[in-house]
Design a protein around this ligand. Structure first.
Ligand SMILES: Cc1cc2nc3c(=O)[nH]c(=O)nc-3n(C[C@H](O)[C@H](O)[C@H](O)COP(=O)(O)OP(=O)(O)OC[C@H]3O[C@@H](n4cnc5c(N)ncnc54)[C@H](O)[C@@H]3O)c2cc1C
Ligand code: SF4
Ligand code: SF4
Ligand code: SF4
Length: 561
């Protein structure tokens, strides 16, 4: 650029603030008390993804049209992007800084598009070269926690084998969540990644029955991830009648294909994931009407609001503030559910209002089927002889270490019923700990970093734009088939949505800091793509910090002289 001596030397239209006399001639001296430091800090989405995914990086790849790079970025932490893009409740979006402008980036929908694109392109992970430190590791439970642990151990060159009580791998992804939310071809394609990495699977192997502790002697370490698979019982008269089942038992049968049709009315007791899935599956198998009976009010339902809305749109009826007082016997099988009204009292241990029965308020709903879905517990008994348990769960520390050397635990079995993405995260962390233990060292503690908050991004530089929405299968079609309801974004729509990301906390070389520095004190090294301040001229005024759209610069106090 030609030397600028007077204002006339500045080319027309140049968005540059120029301080004509101070820039070269006036040095800062000892006036400056702060200096700008270019830095990379975690974005809220990165910190909030329990799987540890670098969301910001993969969104940037998608914004650049690089789906393969995006997929590989996700797979550094999570082998199941197509699955998480569908069923993860996306805590990564909760504190998205874009909400200060309009609405959070639809991260989960983009993640789904990445997974689908990888499936379409048949992308594969590289199998690591055989390692001379490879050890055999047994994983009991092939749900998301076990899958994640096996994947990360295989990537580190170990030889994991997953054992599961069910014939096929997937845990709740296969036997809990119905195909209209998670098509089985997506699950099978993402499991293919593990098989290619050499992970072994042994189905129909239930620990405590066909699989015993002694059978695990050939393994150098064990990861227990058996989930929370035992349904709580309603414990009201008639709960053993034919026609009364747990929602989970019904879903297992429907998802395994052994139950294909229902007739008559169905009542589902509960307000969580299992209740919504049991109700919507019952509707698809032919039950009518299908009614969900929940003991608190709608806003206290544990199910995700999207799922409640979809159930309602499909024609499921809801009755709130009721609980079953009995199942009615009609010639040896269920003919109705007796419900009692509840009133909401003072908060219980969960912080939600305690439902209290209203005496004499009983009424009856005709029903050929009743599905109880009032929570799931961990079956700790088979493991209680081997490892410590705590509060009805398997005891494990933050690394998944139990009190017994070489035995690790994670997922719902250690935390209680939770979310897929937490199970995936716990499997990865445990794989780190197992790998470290096998090598005779401690796992590497990760430092805590502060997220870039909404006050640190400069929204002035972004235009409002609507969040992408995913189309839904029309209701009439949806309730008749198990086809996927939510239709996803195509690659173009996903790219557009990714362009809404502010890339919080890292530099994208937009040059704002350089352009707006009144002392032209910002230097750009084009080769490394980094910026720095010319400390002879930088006053530490902080204009660059304020004008950085992404919070990628902080003002650090000068050291005391
Ligand atoms: C109906 C339903 C729908 C859900 N929907 C969602 C959702 O949309 N999004 C979400 O984030 N979360 C959802 N969840 C929660 C989520 O599925 C769980 O948090 C997650 O699957 C836990 O993973 P996990 O690997 O710990 O356990 P699981 O997925 O339960 O897997 C445990 C595995 O261990 C096996 N096993 C159990 N006992 C033994 C034994 N003794 N020996 C050998 N194997 C054994 C089981 O067969 C199973 O395969 C849902 C849960 C249910 C019940
Ligand atoms: S796994 Fe869930 S929390 Fe993590 S990036 Fe994907 S949608 Fe967000
Ligand atoms: S704007 Fe992008 S980087 Fe920032 S929190 Fe949202 S998704 Fe993450
Ligand atoms: S203003 Fe632009 S170039 Fe400067 S640090 Fe921020 S993102 Fe990077």
């Amino acid at each position: 650029m030609a030397r600028i001596s007077t204002i006339d030397d500045v080319p027309a239209g140049t968005p540059m603030a120029v301080s004509l006399r101070s820039t070269r001639e006036l040095v800062t001296g000892n006036w400056r008390t702060f200096r700008p430091v270019w830095t990379t800090r975690p974005s809220p989405c990165n910190l909030d993804c329990p799987a540890g995914t670098d969301v910001r990086a993969y969104l940037r790849h998608v914004a650049d049209g690089q789906f393969e790079e995006a997929w590989r970025t996700i797979l550094e932490h999570n082998p199941l992007p197509g699955i998480c893009g569908r069923v993860c409740y996306h805590p990564c979006e909760r504190h998205c800084n874009r909400q200060g402008l309009d609405s959070a980036v639809a991260v989960h929908a983009i993640e789904r598009a990445i997974g689908d694109e990888a499936r379409r392109l048949r992308l594969q992970v590289e199998r690591p070269a055989p390692s001379n430190h490879a050890r055999r590791v047994a994983i009991i439970g092939a749900g998301p926690a076990g899958i994640s642990c096996a994947y990360h151990l295989a990537l580190r060159g170990h030889l994991p084998t997953m054992f599961d009580a069910m014939p096929e791998a997937g845990g709740m992804l296969r036997y809990g969540i119905p195909p209209y939310r998670l098509p089985r071809e997506v699950l099978d394609a993402e499991l293919e990644t593990l098989w290619r990495l050499g992970v072994a699977f042994q189905g129909s192997a239930r620990f405590g029955e066909s699989l015993r502790w002694e059978d695990l002697n050939p393994y150098a370490a064990v990861f227990v991830a058996v989930g929370a698979n035992r349904s709580r019982e309603a414990r009201v008269p008639g709960d053993n009648l034919a026609g009364v089942r747990s929602g989970l038992e019904f879903l297992r049968a429907a998802n395994a294909g052994t139950e294909t049709a229902l007739s008559g009315a169905a009542v589902v007791i509960g307000g969580g994931n299992t209740a919504m899935d049991a109700a919507r599956t019952a509707l698809r198998l032919g039950a009518a009407p299908v009614t969900v009976a929940y003991r608190r009010s709608r806003e206290h339902m544990p199910a995700h609001p999207d799922e409640i809305a979809q159930a309602e749109a499909e024609g499921i009826e809801f009755i709130f503030e009721v609980a079953p007082s009995g199942f009615v016997n009609g010639r040896g099988r269920l003919s109705g559910v007796e419900l009692r009204r509840m009133r909401l009292g003072s908060p219980d241990a969960s912080g939600r209002p305690r439902p209290e029965p209203v005496p004499g308020s009983e009424f009856r709903l005709d029903a050929a089927h009743a599905f109880t879905a009032i929570g799931e517990d961990v079956e700790v008994d088979p493991f209680a002889q081997v490892i410590d348990t705590h509060g009805g769960r398997l005891y494990a520390d933050a690394w998944g270490r139990t009190t017994r050397p070489a035995v690790f635990a994670g997922g719902d079995a250690a935390t209680g019923a939770g979310m897929v993405v937490n199970a995936i995260g716990s499997g990865r962390v445990a794989a780190d700990a197992i790998d470290a233990w096998l090598a005779g060292r401690d796992p590497v503690e990760l430092g805590h970093a502060e997220r870039v908050g909404p006050s640190e991004v400069n929204l002035f530089y972004f235009r409002p734009s609507a969040r992408a929405t995913q189309a839904h299968l029309p209701r009439e079609q949806a309730v008749r088939v198990m086809d996927e309801v939510v239709q996803g974004l195509d690659a173009l729509a996903a790219t557009r949505e990714a362009l809404r990301c502010l890339t919080c906390g890292t530099c994208t070389e937009c040059d704002n800091c350089l352009v707006f520095c009144p002392d032209a004190a910002v230097r750009h090294d084009a080769r490394s793509g980094t910026y720095s301040a010319d400390t002879l001229h930088c006053k530490g005024c902080g204009i660059c910090v304020a004008e950085c759209p992404r919070g990628a610069i902080v003002l650090a106090p000068e050291e005391q002289r």
